[in-house]
Design a protein around this ligand. Structure first.
Ligand SMILES: Nc1ncnc2c1ncn2[C@@H]1O[C@H](COP(=O)(O)OP(=O)(O)OP(=O)(O)O)[C@@H](O)[C@H]1O
Ligand SMILES: [Mg+2]
Length: 260
C-alpha cells in the first residue's frame, strides 16, 4: 500500500527539504520504492536532487497543476518524473511558477483536492512511499499536500521560537482531518538541528511533553555536512561516513516500523 507523506512546517529553514530527500534515500536503501515530490516554488528539493537548469526542469508540478485546471496542456504524471543518478531516486520537480498557485487557484472549485486527484493513478500507487516537500506557508499548496497525504511529518528546529506557528499548523491538520481527509495522520514530530546547547535540550523536553510518543525517538543533529550534502547534490545517506546520514537511516527504520 502506497503511503503518501507530507513533510510540513510553515516555519522556514527547519529542515523539511533535507528531511524529504534524505528520508527518501534512506527508505530506498531499505529496499522501498520511493517518489519525491517538490511542492515548493523555491525548488530546493529539485536542486538538491540534481536539477538547477530551469530549461531542464520542465515539465514540473506547476505544469501538472495547470494542466489539471485547464490552464495549460494536460500532461501525464509519468512525463514529470525525473531520476537522480547520484541519489538513485525518482522525483517530480518544482519551479518558481508554483509561487502563483494561490492566485491562479483562487477561483477554482475544490482547489484543495487538486493534488489528490493528480496523484490518484496506478503509477503513484505503485510506489511504497511518496514524500512531498512542502513550502513554508499555510496556503493552498500546503492544503493540497495535506489533503493528498496519509501522514505528515513535522520537522522542528530545536531553537528558540521552535513552537511558534506549531499550533496554527496542528489546527490546519485537524481541520483537514475533520473535513476532506479523515485518513490524515500526524506520523511524528522530528527534532532537527539538535546541538549541545541548553536551548536545544529544553526544546526537546518541551516537545516530549507536548507530543509524547508522536515525537520521533530519532533526532537529527546539527552538522555542517548538511550544507555540503546540498552543495554536492548528494544525500547524506550516501556519504561514506555521516552521523546525519545514519540518523536519517534510523528515522527510516522508525517510520517503517510505525507502519507495520
Ligand atoms: N541537521 C542540519 N544541520 C545543519 N544544517 C542543516 C541541517 N539540516 C538542514 N540544514 C541546512 O539548513 C538550511 C535549511 O534546511 P532546509 O532547506 O532543509 O529547510 P526547509 O525547512 O526546507 O527550508 P524552507 O522552509 O526554506 O523550505 C539548509 O541550508 C540546510 O543545508
Ligand atoms: Mg524547503
Amino acid at each position: 500500500m502506497c503511503k503518501i507523506i507530507s513533510i510540513a512546517n510553515q516555519k522556514g529553514g527547519v529542515g523539511k527539504t533535507t528531511t524529504a530527500l534524505n528520508l527518501g534515500v534512506a527508505l530506498k536503501l531499505q529496499g522501498k520504492s520511493v517518489l519525491l515530490i517538490d511542492l515548493d516554488p523555491q525548488a530546493n528539493l529539485t536542486e538538491y536532487a540534481g536539477i538547477w537548469d530551469t530549461e531542464k526542469m520542465l515539465p514540473t508540478m506547476s505544469d501538472l497543476i495547470k494542466g489539471q485546471i485547464g490552464m495549460g496542456e494536460r500532461i501525464n504524471i509519468e512525463g514529470c518524473i525525473r531520476y537522480s543518478h547520484i541519489n538513485n531516486i525518482e522525483y517530480i520537480p518544482s519551479d518558481i511558477n508554483l509561487a502563483n498557485a494561490d492566485l491562479y487557484l483562487a477561483g477554482v472549485l475544490s482547489r484543495e483536492t487538486l493534488l489528490k486527484r493528480i496523484l490518484n493513478n496506478d503509477t503513484i500507487k505503485s510506489y511504497d512511499y511518496v514524500i512531498i516537500d512542502c513550502n513554508p506557508s499555510l496556503g493552498v499548496l500546503l492544503m493540497n499536500a495535506l489533503t493528498a497525504s496519509d501522514g505528515v511529518i513535522i520537522p522542528v528546529q530545536t531553537q528558540d521560537f521552535a513552537f511558534d506557528g506549531l499550533t496554527a499548523l496542528t489546527n490546519i491538520i485537524a481541520q483537514i482531518q475533520s473535513t476532506i481527509n479523515s485518513e490524515l495522520e500526524t506520523i511524528g514530530v522530528l527534532a532537527t538541528m539538535v546541538d549541545n546547547t541548553n536551548v536545544s535540550k529544553r526544546v526537546i523536553e518541551d516537545l516530549k511533553k507536548e507530543y509524547g510518543n508522536k515525537l520521533f525517538t530519532t533526532v537529527i543533529h546539527r552538522a555542517t555536512q548538511a550544507v555540503e550534502s546540498t552543495n554536492k547534490h548528494k544525500s547524506l545517506c550516501l556519504f561514506s561516513k555521516s552521523k546525519l546520514g545514519d540518523e536519517y537511516k534510523a528515522l527510516a527504520n522508525e517510520l517503517i516500523q510505525s507502519y507495520i
